[in-house]
Ligand binder design. Structure first.
Ligand code: ADP
Length: 243
């Protein structure tokens, strides 16, 4: 959408018809890359992301080896045709940053001490982007790690939230922002946690919100996270129970 709309929410309805706390359709599928040790595709509406996990395996170069634990590496990339204006191929500053925060979030749940001297590689590829790709990627990565049989303290689950303006000019908090809200909204917040450990593993904010607004948005995202988590578990069960 190239023309900026006058407002992003009117009569409590967002541009795509959702209510404030409503999330897009969520689809989670495991085993989408048979050559990987574990894999998963997560769709949050039109945002589609695939994660592939390789490892634990021997780490090269040797100077990166950690003698007491595994190194978890992540690489986030967007395909050139995943966005409206073709994206220049290869990682830029944004991709390097997102790779770093995804790796850090995953390190807090993977039982790295079980695999000293090895590496676990996670490749997150955005095949279609409609905002919240880092969060969709993180959800996919944690399921792909579980699919690879890598022991974890829990899955990582996230949903972004944000602040947009309504027809009266009032700021409104919403869950699971999509592209027009990311582009023209007041704030977007990437948020992910480990439900099992009750620990926030990723929190990044672009824009401005008050503490009250933050807590209101977070409460909505928490509900969406509960649902997403159930879908992650369902996807893993479907694979192993052969549904
Ligand atoms: P996230 O995808 O995690 O929300 P950003 O806030 O950086 O991360 O990006 C928001 C959205 O902007 C992306 O999901 C994508 O739809 C779009 N976008 C990001 N980078 C580009 C780019 N280079 N060209 C076109 N669109 C982009």
């Amino acid at each position: 959408m190239e023309v900026k709309p006058k407002f992003l929410i009117k009569n409590g309805k967002r541009l795509d018809g959702r209510k404030v706390g409503e999330w897009r359709e969520i689809k989670i599928t495991t085993g989408v890359i048979p050559n990987a040790d574990g894999s998963c595709q997560v769709d949050f509406g039109k945002t589609k992301v695939i994660a592939a996990v390789y490892g634990p395996r021997e780490l090269h170069p040797k100077h990166m080896v950690l003698s007491d634990r595994a190194l978890v590496r992540a690489r986030y990339d967007m395909l050139s045709f995943s966005v409206e204006d073709r994206k220049r191929p290869g990682p830029g500053r944004r991709e390097i940053e997102i790779s770093k925060v995804i790796a850090e979030a995953l390190r807090s749940v993977v039982m790295v001490e079980k695999f000293p001297r090895s590496v676990i590689d996670v490749f997150v590829t955005v095949i279609q982007a409609d905002a919240s790709t880092r969060i969709a990627g993180l959800n996919a990565a944690s399921v792909a790690l579980a699919d690879a049989g890598i022991p974890m303290k829990g899955l990582v689950t996230g949903v972004a939230f944000g602040k947009i303006y309504d027809e009266t000019g009032k700021g409104v908090m919403v869950a699971d922002v999509f592209k027009p809200e990311d582009q023209w909204g007041e704030a977007d917040i990437a948020y992910a946690k480990s439900i099992a450990n009750d620990e926030v593993v990723l929190l990044q904010m672009d824009g401005d919100v008050t503490k009250k607004e933050f807590l209101e948005g977070k409460a909505m995202a928490d509900k969406a996270i509960e649902y997403t988590y159930q879908e992650q578990v369902k996807a893993l069960k479907a694979k192993y129970e052969g549904d």
